[in-house]
Design a binder for this molecule. Structure first.
Ligand code: AMP
Length: 304
């Protein structure tokens, strides 16, 4: 039996070096990346929709065309006259990548401003997915709107999934950041944190501490990703279990590792396999993604 996943957040224009002073244009963003991998991995009777706001400029039109070409629904995306998408540039120096962002005036910051539209979109979904980046780009009243709609969805029995994806530079201060991330988790039934972020910002000593902290906030299911160290998951009242990562000899680019894990993991969960098997699939998808350049790896390269 199919359904609909709604991923909420910001997709940006990505400019990367193409040699001889040329730049290559792409599109990416954490929640969009997860929608991309969800589309590649979910059963075909599931629809995957993206929720954001874009402008009415040619770049926004290109972005929507790319999403539609990937099989991701765009009918719920707001088009705001006079606005443009956010943009980032990747600069390579001595093999190290640096990111410069232009996103302060991005249309996506207005994604929660039409609360009725947001509510209707969420009501039409079975799984609602958002992240700490989604919350971080919003003004505090807009973040509150999204949080209250997520709480409402959870109370309606929908699966509400949250990846904390903690990015300090998006937030005005640490206290507000941590409080809002916790509010995001409280509004969710499944939280998918990356241990590195949680250790740095919440001071967790190990994955068990991350799980205990989110469980104490009322999150039923927690899946902690820890790079090559594997995945620790605690579902419902079951004891935590550990699932190994896939061994990757040569990591090319870890961009989107966590986002792709999430898409692969959720795709198996809706098919009714155990959370451990779903995590193994998420790890297999992520291990393929990190062997390739860029956030969006072609679906043909992904494990079935
Ligand atoms: P992270 O958010 O860094 O914990 O990564 C998300 C997922 O990507 C992990 O749970 C792993 O499945 C996979 N992953 C990331 N880095 C590696 C690595 N070096 N080797 C194998 N798998 C990895």
């Amino acid at each position: 039996m199919g359904g609909k996943l709604l991923s909420i957040g910001e997709c940006m224009v990505e400019l990367s070096q193409a040699g001889e002073g040329l730049l290559r244009k792409g599109f990416a963003g954490d929640t969009f990346n997860t929608a991309w991998y969800a589309r590649a991995c979910f059963p075909s009777d599931w629809s995957i929709d993206y929720f954001t706001a874009v402008g009415d400029d040619p770049l926004s039109a290109d972005m929507l065309a790319m999403m539609e070409g990937a099989g991701i629904g765009t009918s719920l995306i707001r088009r705001i006259p006079g606005k443009t998408p956010g943009l980032y540039l990747i600069t390579l120096k001595d093999g190290e990548r640096t990111f410069s962002y232009w996103r302060d005036t991005a249309a996506a910051k207005k994604l929660a401003e039409d609360a009725d539209h947001l509510r209707a979109a969420i009501e039409g979904a079975d799984i609602v997915y958002f992240s700490g980046i989604t919350l971080g780009i919003l003004a505090s009243d807009a973040a509150d709107t999204l949080l209250s709609e997520a709480r409402r969805a959870k109370a309606m029995g929908k699966t509400v999934v949250f990846d904390p994806n903690i990015r300090p530079r998006l937030w005005p201060n640490k206290e507000y950041m941590l409080k809002t991330i916790e509010d995001g988790a409280r509004a969710s039934s499944l939280v998918l944190p990356s241990f590195d972020d949680e250790a740095v910002h919440f001071g967790d000593a190990d994955e068990a501490a991350t799980i205990a902290r989110y469980k104490a906030l009322g999150v039923e299911n927690v899946v902690v990703k820890n790079g090559p160290g594997g995945i620790t998951l605690a579902f419902g009242s079951e004891p935590a279990i550990h699932v190994p990562s896939v061994n990757v000899d040569k990591v090319v680019d870890t961009t989107s590792a966590g986002d792709s894990f999430n898409g692969g993991f959720l795709s198996r969960l809706v098919e009714g396999v155990s959370p451990a098997e779903a995590a193994a699939h998420g790890a297999a998808v992520a291990s393929t993604v990190i062997r390739h350049h860029g956030a969006l790896v072609s679906p043909e390269l992904l494990p079935r």
